[in-house]
Ligand binder design. Structure first.
Ligand code: 13P
Length: 230
């Protein structure tokens, strides 16, 4: 299983260091086949010690250059970071990242050999239209994306389940993952959206779920390590 924590715009450089030190100790007994990823905000990126991978939530598709407010590969290389989230719904919605932009970013980081956690997810009005509309919407988010890329992990995060405390149901996760797995040739597929200690066992036991991408519940190292060890 893959357990990934997306801090979003939470934690500081100081609190991230405390978190990572605690995490390192807490997950020493994790199963060898399980992997843990942490995506801190860019100001907290660093080379940390521990049995986990640190990734970037976002970066500009360039080595370096005149991209005010952005970081590029050079800033990630400083800390040996080779993993990145691409296509998160918050960036698609709030930062107006179009499918074209997302696909360009994916292609760039693929070219750099990065491991990419590629995020997709539908809004509530699409889910309410039924399964067929959901799949049509999700599959359109693979436009321009090389699904054969061997360092791609997909994260299915229904937007209406993100940060709401209400995760998708077992049936919704199960049917969506089954269909997505076929479309992505069985690539690793994570679920994200209100995953927490109370529902983690249920979620990771669903066929087609290879792990979770966790926001809110992962901000607390106790809760996140409880999920990793579940
Ligand atoms: P929550 O776990 O807070 O619902 O966030 C999920 C998410 O968006 C992770 O990328």
């Amino acid at each position: 299983m893959i357990f990934a924590a997306n801090f979003k715009t939470n934690h500081t450089r100081a609190s991230t260091r405390i978190y990572m030190e605690a995490l390192k100790e807490k997950i020493v007994s994790k199963k060898a086949e399980d992997s843990v990823y942490i995506f801190p905000p860019s100001t907290a990126l660093d080379a940390f010690e521990g049995n986990f991978t640190v990734g970037a939530q976002n970066a500009y598709p360039a080595q370096n250059g005149a991209y005010t407010g952005e970081i590029g590969v050079e800033q990630l290389e400083e800390f040996g970071i080779q993993t990145i989230l691409v296509g998160h719904s918050e960036r698609r919605e709030m930062m107006a990242e179009t499918q074209e932009k997302v696909a360009q970013k994916f292609a760039f980081f693929k070219e750099q050999g990065f491991e990419i956690i590629y995020c997709i997810g539908e809004p509530l009005h699409i889910r309410e239209k039924g399964f067929e509309s959901v799949m049509q919407y999700l599959l359109a988010q693979f436009e321009g994306i090389d699904i054969a890329y061997d360092k791609m992990i997909v994260a299915y995060e229904p937007i209406w389940a993100i940060g709401t405390g209400r995760s998708a149901t077992v049936d919704e996760i199960s049917s969506t993952h089954r269909a997505l797995k076929k479309a992505i040739n069985d690539k690793p597929l994570l679920y994200g959206g209100s995953a927490k200690p109370a529902n983690i066992k249920e979620i990771i036991s669903i066929a087609g779920v290879d792990g979770v991408l966790v926001g809110s519940a992962a901000l607390d190292v106790e809760k996140f390590s409880e999920m990793v060890l579940s």
